[in-house]
Design a binder for this molecule. Structure first.
Ligand code: WTA
Length: 652
C-alpha cells in the first residue's frame, strides 16, 4: 500500500493558471452528486447544439444494458470544433503539423482548417459516402488525418481510424467487420529511418478480403515521394481529388445518439472489437475532460504525442482541444530520432505549453542523459501529462524534475478506449499530486473497488476497478456484438461497469493502478489480447498449442513472450523466427514477441487448463518462488521450462 507515498502539494505550482479553487472543485463534485441531471446539462453547454438536449442519462447497466445521453439533442461535432470558433479565432492556429525531415512546420488556422474539412467532406460525398457509413482512415501523423476525421464528422460518416502498425491481415479483418465503404490512406511514410508501406499494406488487405469487404474507393495522401500503384476507378490521389471542391459544406445534423466513430481495441477473447462512441455524449465528455485537465488559454499549444489511431489521439489530440478552442499539434517525429531528445527540440521550436505522452515514451526519453533535456529551452512548458500505462514513481519524478524543472504539474490520467476520455486525473494546480498515482475521479464520476468476494471496499484497500454510474463519454456498444459488450463490462458485478483493471486506493482516496486483471497486455501503450496471439498461431497446423503471456519490460512496460508446442513432424521446420514472423504478419509489428520458446509441454492444472501465472514467472526468470505447485498435473514440466528459459536467455 502507498501509505507513505510522497505528496506534492498544489501550492508547489503557485504560478499555474488554475481554472478553479479546491473549494470550487469540491463544490462541483458535490453538485454532480446531488443533482446529476442539472450538472450534466450544464456540461452539455460546452458544445454547440442545433437542438439543445433536455435529457441527460437514460438507460440502464442492467438487463440488456442500454446507454443513452442527451437523447433529444441534435448537433454536428465539426461545428463545435470549427465553425463555432470563427467569430473569435478564425486566424488563430488550430493545428500545427510537423513532419520529420521537413523544414517548414505547417500552421493551420481555424478558418483554414474548416475550409480543408469542407473540401474533403465534399470529396467523400462525391465518392458516395452517406451518413452512418464507415470510412476507414489509416494514416501517419499528418494534418490530413485530422482533416479527414472532421470531414467524416461533417457528413455524419463514422470514422474508423486504423493503426499503421497493423498487418494486412489485421486491417482486412477490421475492414470487413466495420463494413467500411471508403479508405483514406498514405502512399508510404517514414517512421524514423523505416519506410512503412501504407498503400501496399492496404492493397494487400483489400485483396485478402476480396468479396467480404465493401470498400469502393480509396484516397491516397502522398506523404513521401514513393511511387505506388493506383487502381483505376478505385484509387485517387487525395489532393488531386479534393482540389476542385468548395470550401463550404452544410453540416449534416446528427442525433446525439447517432454513432460518431468506432475504434478497434483488444479484449481477453480472440477477435479485436470495435468500440462504438456516439456524437453527443462523447463530444461533451471530450470537451469537459480536456477543459478540466488541459485548460486551454490563449497562446497555449497542446502537444499530445498519441497516434490518432488511439482514443487519446481522438480525444486529446483532436476533439478535446478543438472543442475548447485550443491549438493542437501533431508530429510524426520519434522521441530520440534522428538525435536523442528530438521531441525536446520540437517543444522548444513550437513553444509547446502542454505536453502529453505515454509512460513508455517517458522511459525512452529518460534513458538518455539528462544533458539531452537540459540543452534545450523548455521554459514554454507549464503542464505535463501521461496516460495509457502505470507510471513508476521514479519515471514520474524524472519527468517532473528534469523535464518540468519542478514547475509543471504532472497529470497522470487513467482512461480506456471504452471511457472516451479521462476518468481519473487531477485538476492541475488545484489538487495535490502523488508520483505514480492517477489521483482521483473527475467530478461526476463514481468509482468503486470490489474485492474477490464481490464486496465493495470502503476506504483504503484493493480490488477490481469499477465505475458505478454512466458518464456521457461511455462506449455504447461493440459494433455488431452488443451481447459481447454486456458480457465483457457488465456481468462481473451486475449494475456496474468493470474496467478490467485492478487498483488500490489509499487513505486520501487516491487511486494506484495495478494493471489488467484479464488476459490483456499493454505493450508500449498498445493493448493486445494474449488470446489474439494464440488464435493467430492456432491457424498454423504445425503448431499444436501456444500460450502467450505478458512480462515486465524496462522500456515497453510489458513485452510479449510465447511458449509454443510444435507438432512432432514439424520440429526443426518451425523455428523461433517462424513463430515471431507469423505473429507480426497476422497482427502487426507492435506485437513482435521478446522471446519465443519452443517447448514439448506446458504447465497445466488437472483439468488441463494452462497455468499462465506460472508461465509469466518462468518467462521473467523468477524461478525461485513459484508458489504452490500441487495443483499441477505434472510438476516436472516446470523444471524443464525453467531450464529452457535459463538456457535460451544465457545464449542470447
Ligand atoms: C491502461 C488508453 C495505469 C489500463 C488511454 C487500461 C493505465 C488500458 C492508465 C486502456 C494510467 C490507461 N495508469 N494504467 N494512467 N491509463 N491504462 O484502451 O490498463 O488503449 O485498462 O486506452 O490502459 O488502454 P486503451
Amino acid at each position: 500500500m502507498h501509505h507513505n507515498a510522497k505528496v506534492i502539494s498544489a501550492n508547489t505550482y503557485a504560478g499555474y493558471p488554475t481554472i478553479m479553487t479546491l473549494q470550487e472543485l469540491e463544490a462541483m463534485r458535490e453538485y454532480a452528486h446531488r443533482d446529476p441531471h442539472a450538472f450534466w446539462l450544464k456540461q452539455a453547454e460546452r458544445i454547440h447544439w442545433y437542438r439543445k438536449p433536455t435529457q441527460t442519462f437514460s438507460g440502464s447497466f442492467e438487463g440488456d444494458v442500454s446507454i443513452r445521453w442527451y437523447e433529444d439533442g441534435q448537433l454536428n461535432a465539426s461545428v463545435s470544433c470549427l465553425d463555432r470558433h470563427l467569430a473569435e479565432r478564425a486566424e488563430q492556429v488550430a493545428l500545427i503539423s510537423q513532419r520529420e525531415g521537413r523544414q517548414d512546420i505547417e500552421k493551420i488556422t481555424y478558418a483554414d482548417l474548416l475550409a480543408r474539412v469542407c473540401r474533403v467532406a465534399h470529396a467523400l460525398k462525391s465518392l458516395g459516402v452517406e451518413k452512418g457509413q464507415r470510412v476507414a482512415i489509416c494514416l501517419p501523423m499528418v494534418s490530413e488525418a485530422v482533416v479527414t476525421m472532421l470531414a467524416c464528422a461533417r457528413i455524419g460518416a463514422v470514422h474508423v481510424v486504423l493503426f499503421g502498425g497493423f498487418s494486412a491481415e489485421g486491417i482486412a479483418e477490421r475492414l470487413v467487420d466495420s463494413g467500411a465503404v471508403a479508405v483514406v490512406t498514405a502512399n508510404a511514410a517514414y517512421r524514423g529511418p523505416k519506410l512503412i508501406p501504407f498503400k501496399e499494406t492496404m492493397d494487400e488487405a483489400l485483396q485478402k478480403s476480396e468479396g467480404a469487404h465493401k470498400v469502393r474507393s480509396m484516397l491516397v495522401v502522398r506523404t513521401t515521394n514513393e511511387n505506388v500503384s493506383m487502381q483505376h476507378g478505385r484509387d485517387h490521389d487525395f489532393h488531386e481529388y479534393i482540389k476542385g471542391f468548395a470550401t463550404e459544406f452544410t453540416p449534416v445534423i446528427m442525433d446525439a445518439e447517432d454513432p460518431f466513430f468506432m475504434l478497434y481495441t483488444s479484449g481477453s477473447t480472440g477477435k479485436p472489437k470495435a468500440i462504438v462512441h456516439t456524437c453527443g455524449g462523447y463530444l461533451v465528455w471530450a470537451s469537459y475532460t480536456m477543459g478540466m485537465i488541459y485548460t486551454h488559454q490563449r497562446g497555449d499549444v497542446l502537444w499530445c504525442t498519441a497516434d490518432v489511431a488511439w482514443i487519446t489521439g481522438h480525444t486529446s489530440v483532436l476533439y478535446g482541444p478543438l472543442c475548447n478552442g485550443g491549438t493542437t499539434m501533431i508530429s510524426d517525429s520519434l522521441p530520440n530520432y534522428p538525435v536523442p531528445g528530438r521531441w525536446w527540440d520540437l517543444v522548444e521550436q513550437c513553444k509547446v505549453t502542454m505536453f502529453f505522452t505515454a509512460p513508455t515514451a517517458v522511459r525512452a526519453l529518460m534513458a538518455e542523459d539528462d544533458v539531452v533535456v537540459k540543452r534545450r529551452d523548455l521554459s514554454s512548458l507549464k503542464l505535463l501529462g501521461v496516460a495509457g500505462e502505470p507510471t513508476s514513481p521514479d519515471g514520474w519524478a524524472w519527468y517532473h524534475d528534469v523535464v518540468g524543472q519542478g514547475r509543471c504539474p504532472v497529470i497522470d490520467t487513467w482512461w480506456q478506449t471504452e471511457t472516451g476520455g479521462p476518468i481519473l486525473g487531477a485538476i492541475p494546480g488545484v489538487q495535490s499530486l502523488k508520483p505514480g498515482s492517477a489521483t482521483t475521479p473527475l467530478p461526476g464520476i463514481s468509482m468503486s473497488l470490489i474485492d474477490q468476494n464481490g464486496s465493495v471496499v470502503e476506504g483504503s484497500g484493493e480490488g477490481g476497478l469499477f465505475i458505478n454510474k454512466s458518464w456521457p463519454g461511455q462506449a455504447r456498444t461493440i459494433w455488431g456484438d452488443h451481447e459481447r459488450f454486456r458480457q465483457t463490462y457488465f456481468t462481473m458485478v451486475p449494475g456496474r461497469y468493470f474496467s478490467g483493471d485492478a487498483a488500490q486506493r489509499d487513505d486520501d482516496g487516491y487511486y494506484w493502478l495495478m494493471g489488467r486483471m484479464d488476459d490483456v497486455i499493454n505493450i508500449a501503450g498498445h493493448r493486445l489480447g494474449t488470446a489474439e496471439v494464440e488464435d493467430a498461431l492456432a491457424e498454423d497446423h504445425r503448431i499444436v498449442e501456444s500460450a502467450a503471456v505478458g512480462v515486465s519490460h524496462g522500456l515497453k512496460g510489458q513485452g510479449l513472450v510465447v511458449f509454443v508446442i510444435v507438432r512432432k513432424e514439424a520440429v526443426g521446420e518451425v523455428t523461433e523466427k517462424t513463430v515471431s514472423d507469423l505473429i507480426v504478419s497476422k497482427i502487426g509489428r507492435y506485437a513482435v514477441p521478446e522471446s519465443v520458446y519452443l517447448v514439448p509441454d506446458l504447465p497445466r492444472t488437472r483439468s488441463g487448463k494452462i497455468v499462465r501465472r506460472l508461465l509469466r514467472k518462468i518467462a521473467e526468470g523468477h524461478t525461485e518462488n513459484l508458489g504452490d505447485l500441487s495443483s499441477l498435473n505434472d510438476m516436472s514440466v516446470v523444471g524443464m521450462l525453467c531450464e529452457r528459459v535459463k538456457k535460451q536467455k544465457a545464449s542470447s
